[in-house]
Design a protein around this ligand. Structure first.
Ligand SMILES: [Zn+2]
Length: 238
């Protein structure tokens, strides 16, 4: 289950629990690309490093290990997912309708995060994250995954070649049709990706909120036709 905390403006997963710092941001927690948002957010968490990827809608995963770590802010080029087994390294991605996903294997102390829109979903960025976590020693059956708030099938119209691609790669459950229009359910599609990568159904937690409908809490590229802000999402081993 995903809970919203009105004070911090963060969504957290009861499944991951508070042994691992994590959250999906809202407008209230501040613009994800603003330095003051990071300062406020990490005041109590005290990370030694905050990793910020330059997101390009790729399926690239960067593993933050002993050789790549640097204290302070670490920017990583051309990456949409991060993985680490080092404590006090805050992994972040920003979203405004796209799907933020947080991964954790508590037993082996390995965490990950990804950003994926239709491209990342179609090309299964989750698989790359899970593979990178397993390279560090994670076990698929131990990995808990939480799919955060994103645009839902009430708002996300899809057509043409993109619709064909999704129809070919995912079950009919992921596409909702209304009249002559089709809508994509990104949460269901990502859930199918996770299951196909060996994540147990019981270990997947998901948000039911639509970022485009809930204008009070979320920025939405789709709704606003421009980028007014992006939500911050993060995970960190204590
Ligand atoms: Zn909606």
């Amino acid at each position: 289950m995903i809970d919203f905390d009105n004070t911090s403006g963060l969504f957290t997963s009861t499944q991951i629990g508070n042994t691992i710092f994590h959250g999906f941001g809202s407008k209230k927690s501040g613009g994800g690309t603003k330095i003051e948002t990071l300062h406020n957010l990490f005041k109590t968490m005290q990370p030694t490093s905050v990793v910020i990827p330059q997101q390009t809608h790729s399926t690239h995963v960067k593993t933050i290990g002993k050789n790549t770590i640097r204290s302070g802010i670490l920017k990583v080029m051309d990456t949409d997912a991060l993985v680490t087994n080092i404590s006090r390294v805050a992994l972040t991605v920003v979203t405004a309708d796209c799907v933020p996903i947080i991964y954790s294997d508590r037993e082996h102390s390995i965490v990950g995060i990804s950003h994926g829109g239709w491209k990342g979903t179609l090309q299964n960025i989750s698989k790359n994250v899970i593979d990178s976590m397993c390279d560090l020693g994670a076990k698929k059956e131990h990995i808990l995954v939480t799919i955060g708030p994103c645009i839902a099938d009430c708002c996300y119209g899809i057509y043409g070649m993109r619709l064909d691609d999704f129809e070919q790669s995912f079950s009919a459950d992921c596409i909702v049709t209304s009249g002559n229009r089709a809508y994509l359910n990104l949460v269901k599609a990502n859930r199918e990706n996770l299951l196909s990568s060996g994540i147990l159904p019981i270990n997947i937690d998901q948000s039911l909120t639509c970022t485009a409908c809930d204008g009070a809490r979320f920025w939405s590229y789709h709704r606003d036709h421009m980028l007014h802000g992006e939500m911050i999402n993060f995970v960190m081993l204590r």
